[in-house]
Design a protein around this ligand. Structure first.
Ligand SMILES: [Zn+2]
Length: 334
């Protein structure tokens, strides 16, 4: 209901010239958009910000193509001398759907896109366990899950409900983390999926996997700039651990024939601390993006760049209100 009122209000504001005015006032500022993965099946209903439907993303790109906004790289936006309304496309994690589901659209439009890749699962190749497990349980509300020695070193029965899925996922992930071998951890995941009769495959392709080195290399031909997102998708507050995450991430990505220098970073899950800024500089990083909502302006600290999360649950009018800066202005009012 609230959403419907918001959309009607935005419709009226747009047609009274509010978006146009916001665009005039925001000339020289940039909306940095943030995307994640894409849905093979119904993942867009599970986490609409994490897995957008490919057709929704394709509509956004087509709209941008004919819009008054200029899509530029993050570096160009930072050195913006144009006094135009700019948009930067960023994408986090490196989900396989980036190539399999929207790779053709990225090639067609050839917009500059910064892809922040977390390397552990890219290197290992398997389903990202915590996300895949959350998906399995999301689809299994009302069912019973029996974990015994044939799956993990615990004996426990779970009656899955909407309320307890997060705690069950956390508990199982802790147990799975203790299994040393990657292939065995994947087998545990698939055993749970099988017991709950949830498929983790779409057209014989494993869902929730990361891009391979070959796919990453190929994406560069579509103007995709591969950059840093830590090795294990975490943001340690300890200097040594944080720098190790970055160096392991760099080590993996340097094995790919990269066209660009690795100097841009995205905080995993947006988790960041002021203490990390000098560590990033010492690691050669010149820009870092968060998930705080807002626009990139000439005053923005380059290691704390705000972004706008787009997703399946973002209406076209909400999207346009973000691009012109109206939404950022309204957020400052409350
Ligand atoms: Zn991420």
């Amino acid at each position: 209901m609230l959403k419907a009122i918001k959309i009607i209000a935005l419709f009226i504001i747009k047609h009274l010239g509010g978006f146009w005015l916001a665009r005039i006032l925001n000339k020289g500022n940039t909306c940095v958009l943030c995307y994640h993965g894409f849905a093979y099946e119904d993942e867009y209903q599970f986490r609409p910000k994490l897995f957008m439907r490919p057709e929704s993303f394709k509509k956004r790109l087509a709209w941008l193509q004919d819009s008054p906004y200029k899509v530029v790289s993050l570096s160009e936006a930072i050195n913006n001398q144009h006094n135009e309304n700019l948009v930067v496309l960023t994408m986090d994690d490196g989900w396989a759907g980036t190539k399999e589901l929207v790779g053709d659209s990225l090639a067609e439009h050839n917009f500059p896109l910064m892809l922040y890749v977390t390397s552990y699962y890219a290197q290992k190749q398997g389903a990202v366990i915590n996300v895949a497990l959350a998906y399995i349980l999301w689809k299994s509300v009302g069912k019973t899950l029996v974990i015994d020695g044939s799956i993990l070193a615990i004996n426990k029965t779970y009656l899955i409900s909407v309320e307890n899925t997060v705690s069950i996922v956390n508990e199982l992930c802790q147990q799975i983390d203790e299994v040393e071998d990657f292939a065995t951890r994947q087998r545990v995941l698939l055993a749970i999926a099988e017991q709950l009769q949830v498929s983790l495959h779409s057209d014989d392709q494993l869902m929730f996997r990361s891009l391979t080195a070959e796919e990453l290399t190929g994406l560069q031909q579509s103007n995709v700039d591969i950059q840093l997102h830590t090795h294990r998708h975490c943001s340690p507050q300890n200097e040594q651990e944080f720098k190790l995450e970055i160096s392991q991430n760099i080590d993996y990505l340097q094995n790919i024939e990269l066209k660009n220098t690795l100097q841009h970073f995205c905080y995993p899950s947006g988790e960041h601390y002021l203490t990390q800024l000098p560590w990033l500089k010492e690691s050669g990083v010149v820009t870092a993006t968060t998930v705080f909502s807002g626009m990139l302006t000439p005053d923005t600290e380059h290691l704390q760049i705000s972004r706008i999360l787009d997703g399946e649950d973002v209406h076209q009018l909400e999207f346009e209100a973000e691009l012109c800066g109206l939404a950022t202005f309204l957020r400052k009012l409350y």
